[in-house]
Structure formats: C-alpha cells, structure tokens
Design a binder for this molecule. Sequence first.
Ligand code: F3S
Length: 64
Amino acid sequence: MRIRVDSEACAGHARCNQVAPGLYELDDNGYIATSGFTVGPGQEQLAMRGARACPERVIHIVDE
Ligand code: F3S
C-alpha cells in the first residue's frame, strides 16, 4: 500500500499524527512532514485510520 499526501493542503489539524504517530510525522510548525510513503506490512489498518482522521482529506490511499 502506498500513501500520497497533498501536503500543501494540510491545515495542521494533527489528527493523522494523533491516530498514527509512527506513520504521520509532523514538522516543527505542526504540518504533515511527508508527501507520501510506502506502508510496511501490518500497518495498513493504522495508515487507513490516520488517513480517515484528516478533516481536510489530504491523505490518500494510492493502492491497497
Ligand atoms: Fe494535516 Fe490532516 Fe494531518 S490537516 S496535520 S494531514 S490531520
């Protein structure tokens, strides 16, 4: 599974990081610090929960 993040649209709600802190890191200003990454085995559910937690819907599951 791959995650793509429209990081320029991030509004800093930080819910992704609260739900899945090991996957969605924040920068020093509280915005998501990645534009995408590959999810490791066993972390798919956590990644999806983090994506759904974003009220701005900037985190996308690219493939399952
Ligand atoms: Fe940004 Fe959404 Fe996370 S607005 S900090 S990607 S919850």
